[in-house]
Ligand binder design. Structure first.
Ligand code: PMP
Length: 457
């Protein structure tokens, strides 16, 4: 039975990324307020926000300083844009800060409002820059199966998940998907992580050869895949992938939308995974998601190519009304200041071994085939049979069952296929990590009883 608010919600809100057929029966979880790593629903029930919203609310709720930064900027200059030779100090200071933090030789930041817009911008820059460089045939972009890069036309094409393509008439013809670096699911019998990584690199090489190296422009990768199910690449993966890209002059785009700003205990996931990207997309934790803001960080050679093209054709014809919105930029700047002042990276490094140890202990649970993760992000992969890794029948919605039971236990986590993902605010304490995994453990135990009583195995 839906509450009045749930019924109004189901009747009027078209929900993103939701099972639309199930929602009218189940009703939405309607949240009212938050405090630290906890959120409260309209009945006042507390939940640990085990997903930091959508992998984004790094500092948790109730940060007055961020509210102050927003209201101060709103009073002073609530809107100004960056088009046609205009600028404002929050955008300038934020671009300078990103340039300082980014690994490699970052030159400039292009501001967007979302991860999808950032990755759409990446695609357009690849095309535009290759035209500027006089190689108009070099346009294809290789992503990976199970990658998540967003939902706009180009970024959804990069995404390697069926639900983002089927019936949307995607992906675009310039996009290819290479193999998914998930050892547990895709390694051959007896293949070590290193051997699996070598095979993936060889397959990428063969793919580029088959496409024609002159036609392949870029490879895009999340350091740790997030919304595809929290997939940590096998050891030596990027070490082996990158020489292949270099060999064929294929640029590397790092999608840092989840990993950026501390998720893996470094400023950027690229550093944690040994990636040396040409460009990066950042969003989410950039502002701890108090306001939407994202950026593409580009190196000198792209900046120079853009300038050359502008000399030829005039205006660089790309940008959003809210590119570098001053209030969002002010909040992002304050967020980065807090990360540094409170040594949030140091905190993540301190608590992440405990997080990983509690997470991996679920590897012994009868419902769990693999418990995996890195830094402060992880997932448990549910299986109907541990020995054969046989998944549950998809119609059982086993992961959704665990998520629903966790919700009853006062924990928000997310189902992704057979995986249940966990990505708490970066400020979570060891004690709260224990509470989180105690609640998840109770949900998994209850799910096991459910599986047995329903004959779901
Ligand atoms: N890239 C990655 C790695 C993401 O996780 C996401 C969002 N989950 C996006 C891009 C898209 O970001 P947005 O939803 O802000 O468009």
């Amino acid at each position: 039975m839906l509450s009045n608010l749930q019924a109004r919600d189901a009747a009027t809100v078209l929900h993103p990324y939701t099972n639309l057929a199930a929602l009218p029966q189940q009703g939405s979880l309607i949240l009212e307020r938050g405090d630290g790593v906890f959120v409260y629903d309209v009945e006042g029930k507390p939940y640990i926000e085990g997903m930091a919203g959508l992998w984004c609310n790094a500092l948790g709720h109730g940060r007055e300083e961020l509210v102050e930064a927003a209201s101060e900027q709103m009073r002073r200059l609530p809107f100004a844009h960056l088009f046609t030779g205009k600028s404002h100090d929050p955008a300038i200071a934020l671009a300078e800060k990103l340039k300082e933090l980014a690994p490699g030789n970052a030159a400039k930041a292009f501001f967007c409002n979302s991860g999808s817009e950032a990755n759409d911008t990446q695609v357009k820059l690849v095309w535009y820059v290759n035209n500027a460089l006089g190689r108009p045939q070099k346009k294809k972009i290789i992503s990976r199966i199970k990658a998540y890069h967003g939902v706009t036309v180009a970024s959804a094409s990069l995404t390697g998940l069926p639900n983002n393509h089927i019936d949307f008439d995607l992906p675009l013809p310039q996009v290819r998907h290479a193999g998914c670096p998930h050892h547990y699911r895709f390694a051959l019998e007896g293949e070590t992580e290193e051997e699996f990584a070598s095979r993936l690199a060889a397959e990428l090489d063969a793919m580029i050869q088959a496409e024609g190296p002159d036609t392949v422009a870029a490879f895009i990768a999340e350091p740790v895949m997030g919304a595809g199910g929290v997939i940590v690449p096998p050891r030596t993966y990027f070490e082996k992938i990158q020489p292949v890209l270099e060999k064929y002059d294929v640029m590397l785009i790092a999608d840092e939308v989840i990993c950026g700003f501390g998720r893996l205990g470094e400023w950027f996931g690229s550093t944690a995974l040994g990636m040396k990207p040409d460009t990066m997309s950042v969003a989410k934790q950039l502002s701890s998601s108090y306001l939407p803001i994202a950026a593409v960080i580009i190196p000198n050679w792209i900046d120079e190519a853009l300038n050359r093209q502008s000399e030829k054709i005039g205006v660089f014809g790309h940008g959003f009304t809210y590119s570098g919105h001053p209030v969002a930029a002010a909040v992002a700047l304050k967020t980065l200041e807090i990360y540094e002042r409170e040594n949030i990276l140091g905190h993540v490094r301190e608590v992440m071994p405990h997080f990983q140890q509690r997470l991996r202990a679920f590897g012994d649970h009868p419902m769990v085939g693999e418990a995996r993760g890195m830094g402060l992000v992880g997932a448990v992969d549910l299986v109907a049979d541990k020995a054969s890794k046989r998944p549950f029948d998809a119609k059982r919605f086993a992961a959704a069952k665990v998520v629903a039971l966790a919700q009853e236990e006062g924990l928000i986590v997310r189902a992704i296929g057979d995986a249940v993902s966990i990505c708490p605010p970066l400020v979570i304490t060891e004690e709260e990590i224990d509470q989180l995994f105690d609640r998840l453990g109770r949900a998994l135990d209850r799910a096991e009883s459910w599986a047995a009583s329903e004959g779901a195995r």
